[in-house]
Design a protein around this ligand. Sequence first.
Ligand SMILES: [Mn+2]
Length: 351
Amino acid sequence: MQNNFMKKFDANAAASKDSGIFGLPYSVEEAKLVLLPVPWEVTTSYGRGTAKGPQAILQASKQIDLFDMELGNFFEAGIAMQKESKAVQQWNKEAGKLAQKIIAAGGVEASAKLRKIATKVDQYSVRLNEYVYSSTKHILSQGKRVGVVGGDHSTPFGAIQAFLEKYPAMGILHFDAHADLRAAFEGFEYSHASIMHNVVEKTGLTHLVQVGIRDFCEEEFHYIKKNSQRITTFFDTALAEKKLSGASWSTICEEIINCLPAEVYVSFDIDGLDPRFCPHTGTPVPGGLDLQEALYLIKKVAQSGRKIIGFDLNEVSPGTAVSSCVADPAAEWDANVGARLLYKLCGWALV
Ligand SMILES: [Mn+2]
């Protein structure tokens, strides 16, 4: 803590206006953990607004109490969020406009014209993936930790590629209501609904462990069965049934954790939680995990001796009704939950 601002920093006081994420005083250069915001929702098909997620989380994060009973003052290692890329904001607008034509038509179907547009959208997604890949690789090369803050769930693909280069034996712990294993969705190769399909097909990932899954098509179900060497899915119904018949969450967590290798990347779609924690998210599904259950599982992963090497948090949305989460107190809730979850993810990645 060298400069004047940091000397004056008081972790017990309210965050100052010019502070960074969580009200912290660190620059990206000083931080041990760098958050990469990706304001992107090109292929979201239902509720929109998640491109504003990183900004909403940043605003909501400033009211968090930094002291953490489980983790102590881990923030002192330094956490900072990069500025949103102007180029990504622009691509999101341009590609989003194109994609809406296809989404409005319910997919590309037999239309050659729409298929051409879908190809253009895919090209934007490839650019986004390259941006996220090179940004992640750059931060990792400095010996720092990285967390991606989406945006929709297509955003971390490039980050996962970069992580796998550094940690080829890592596994992904995937919280989600959706399996995200569709081979393209509505004609988009890099759809938010295809992220894990793309990861399984296009990378060498050996362990995908999914938790909370309760919305999937038959094709995805068979894909899971077919790839049982690489994919283990803890369906929400099965988890609920175990809990309802008396199994403790702690025992269930052990079973989940046993499927994970020594290095774990957490891919967290906020809709894996019960929708009361994320009412504005794009595709909410009833059921899901309680926030404390998810946090307990993440803690147990770290305490099992496994290392949480990185993470992404996606699909947090302040909704589309207002331009700022501050203007609508109800819309602030999603970002409030997101910020708290993000803080815990940072903590377990830093210890
Ligand atoms: Mn989802």
